[in-house]
Design a binder for this molecule. Structure first.
Ligand SMILES: *Cc1c(COP(=O)(O)O)cnc(C)c1O
Length: 237
């Protein structure tokens, strides 16, 4: 028996095609939807494979694991690194130094530390505020009622650039149900643009392997995809 197994490169191109097709069907410009390859639990070689296929944006959840891979991939100087995991306030320095984006800011203390610790030479750190869109399940993310206050704090911090919102809705099987929290996140971004007039607010980080299409239909500008590219993750010890 010789069953054909798709490679990481095959999967990556399949995801590019799906993003393109879904955006086009939804009447959106496909170039507005950026693929973030979520590489937590994957070896550095798997990232290199994607890089060689043209992928530049990579998302990592665990700081030490990410720093180790960054060391191995130092030759790939134009990778754009996104931190998307929970942030412990005592670990912000390395995040501020080693990443280009942080998607999971949900409290002022973390934002203030990231701004203070950001090396000036690297330019402002791009920030998304994580919103607890289902208001249950996980404690990560600000409640929508506290979003504007956190955004206004971040806007005062010199070394951060507030780009938009991120959410991880709870799992739903049906695309109509999947769309609801994404539509709500899009509405929160519109309201925030309206109240703050901040010109850099252009990012909706939403959609994972199981709800990619619903997210694109509702306006995602960054989709965060792991399993559909790399296959099932090795179990963390
Ligand atoms: C793991 C993870 C993803 C990717 O999830 P998949 O289902 O593997 O596509 C996206 N976003 C965050 C925040 C994650 O932790």
């Amino acid at each position: 028996m010789c069953k054909y197994m798709p490679t990481i490169a095959d999967n990556l191109h399949q995801v590019y095609r799906q993003i393109h097709a879904t955006a086009a069907q939804a009447g959106r410009d496909p170039s507005e939807v950026q693929l973030l390859a979520v590489s937590k639990g994957q070896p550095a070689d798997a990232l290199r494979t994607c890089y060689l296929e043209g992928q530049r944006h990579f998302g990592e959840n665990y700081l030490q694991e990410a720093l180790d891979k960054q060391q191995v991939l130092l030759d790939l100087t134009d990778i754009c690194w996104h931190f998307i995991g929970p942030i412990q306030a005592n670990k912000t320095r390395k995040i501020a130094e080693q990443f280009d984006w942080v998607h999971s800011v949900d409290r002022p203390r973390v934002a203030e530390r990231l701004s203070t610790q950001r090396p000036i030479a690297r330019g402002p750190l791009n920030i998304c505020i994580q919103v607890n869109i289902d208001d249950e399940h996980s404690k990560a993310g600000v409640h929508p009622s506290e979003l504007e206050a956190l955004a206004r704090t971040i806007m005062t911090l010199p070394n951060l650039r507030l780009r938009g919102l991120m959410a991880i809705p709870r799992h739903q099987d049906n695309i109509e149900q999947q769309r609801q929290p994404f539509a709500l996140l899009a509405k929160l971004l519109r309201e925030l643009k309206h109240s703050t007039h901040l010109p850099t607010l252009d990012t909706l980080s939403m959609g994972m392997s199981d709800d990619l299409q619903a997210a694109i239909v509702e306006g995602a500008t960054i989709v965060r995809i792991g399993t559909a590219i790399f296959g099932p993750r090795p179990v963390r010890p």
